[in-house]
Design a protein around this ligand. Sequence first.
Ligand SMILES: Cc1cc2nc3c(=O)[nH]c(=O)nc-3n(C[C@H](O)[C@H](O)[C@H](O)COP(=O)(O)O)c2cc1C
Length: 300
Amino acid sequence: MNKKVLIVYYTQSGQLQEIVESFAAPFVKDSGVVVETLRIYPQHDFAFPWTSDRFFDAMPESVSGKPLTLQPLSFKEQSYDLIVIAYQPWFLSPSIPTTSLLHDATFKKLLANTPVVTLIGARNMWLNAQEKIKKLLTDAGARLVGNIALVDKNGNLISAVTILHWMLTGRKDKKYGIFPIPGVAEKDIQGAHVFGSVVLQHLSQGNLETLQPDLVKTKATEVDSDLMFIEQRAGRLFSIWSGIITKTKNRKAWLVVFKYYLLVALFIVAPIVLLINNILFRPFVGKSIRRKKEYYLGVN
Ligand SMILES: Cc1cc2nc3c(=O)[nH]c(=O)nc-3n(C[C@H](O)[C@H](O)[C@H](O)COP(=O)(O)O)c2cc1C
């Protein structure tokens, strides 16, 4: 009997759609699999490109996980053998449309007792977002069996500059003609079919339980120690900021404070703290770093 696969995603620029298409190519070619791809839209979508104000205004609700209303979802099947959730992190949390999808009652019904693969298209920080996704999947009774994370492999500060250029102008091109092209590299997007093949093989052979170690072997997911260090701390700080800004009566003013805080934290404080940590502490905590990395590479 044909295996039924559902792939759901949201995208603004179209990058995640390209990733989904590349990943799904082996499934589409396989006659033993029926693939249904669904792009979701919020009732009132986030305009792209962003203005600076709207970009930072998305932080509090991204972090607190407050869902919004999506355009009605319709699925062809009552159940699937595998659901692939392709998503992008926003402010170290799942994007608001993705969180909303995972709160949708019809989708949650489909998720119950179903294996799920997550397919991430990020700048470079997805660890916190994936922890939140894991929780939402557990709440829905789903079983996470695989994770693939495509990222921008340029340096952290360079990709921060280029992503802001892309998000605020809508142009995925070289800022000032000198910065690299923002986002996930085209060759990595085109290479995502390799991960699709690995997932397809495990699905066809009925051994999705052993999928993630094979995905890790093909470098579908990698964890960088420096980014992990920054993200763990930033995640906690974002929760505090989100709490303050969702409660305050003066949201606009606090968002301006947050914006400048974030720029200083990212471009000045984080590199200094990282340098101090790498010189003074990291040599003594190798084992704990390795353990954390293994955890984030896994799906439990
Ligand atoms: C509001 C906002 C916040 C973002 N925050 C993060 C983040 O915390 N970590 C990250 O790796 N990428 C972040 N990104 C980049 C996205 O994850 C994604 O790679 C990019 O927006 C392209 O996705 P698209 O397919 O929806 O256009 C952010 C993007 C937006 C618009």
